[in-house]
Write a protein that binds this ligand. Sequence first.
Ligand code: FE
Length: 346
Amino acid sequence: MEYTLMTRIKIYLLTALIVICVPISSALAANEVNIYSYRQAFLIRPFLDQFTEETGIAVNVVYAKKGILQRLQQEGENTRADLVLTAGFSRLKALKEAGLLQPVSSGPLKENVPKRYRDPENEWFGLTLRSRIIAYSKARVPAGALRRYEDLADPKWKGKICVRTGSHYYNRALVASMVSAHGEAKTEAWVRGLVANFARKPQGNDRAQAKAVFEGVCDIAIMNTYYFGKMKFNKKQPGQREWAASLGIVFPNQGDRGAHVNVSGAGIVKHAKNRENAVHLLEFLSDEFAQKMYAARNYEYPVKDGVGWSDEVKSWGEFKADDLALVELFKLGPTAQRVIDRADWR
Ligand code: FE
């Protein structure tokens, strides 16, 4: 076949364009990392920007409150996501079980994230820590009246306790930690005692329980630590500051196994196109700089040992955390759920 001169020039130009463009686009692809994040922008953007500044790797984020797991399933091999950031730990388990993550062998991650806060198969890693604490009305409950989760089942608190539903994974994990400490039968007796002390049918989220204590609906609530900080300094809803101001908080079980804790975390997506960058970012998130900032911005605790706490969480006091591994909590989850169902915590 003969080409006209014009056609030959066109082919030549097109070939030249491809030769120039392919390396540019692959160079760009190699210099980015894409996150699907359950965590909000205000929380993560500052240290992601720092990561870009240090490494030249651009970080693109898709924020979503829910549905990331389903989206990853739908996108399959074509997904753009390299890394998933979760706000809670139950999502980490779900992502792994759906086969959407891949293992990472990394010295820094092993060093920075204590074993109990990461997957034994290295598919997910805890990044920030929070405790599930007891909050009480400073006006109506004497300080020191409650010291252990076990105390919540004492009949003297009949009609005094507010808490969200038992099946929420925050509570399921707490019950799982009780099953680990006491066995199934004793834990069921505890849950029954707790349920018998409810001021009302479980409803709302953790903050709704704080509001109920403030309003006098109940005297005692169970909540994650960071909500206390988020209420105390709430700019959008200043009313929440009053809720927090009315509360005293207790880190339970300081004389024995320690207060129950859970994590937010991350994992590398199975079909990540920028795996190396994603590992690099995950390592950065587990290291001193990001750990400090990440924890402080949401009133959480760093998972990495030795990283300083923010002044605010420091003011709540040092505490001993239950050192039960997250993977054990996951294993005991179904037992905990059965206990919750039988004891009718709903
Ligand atoms: Fe939460």
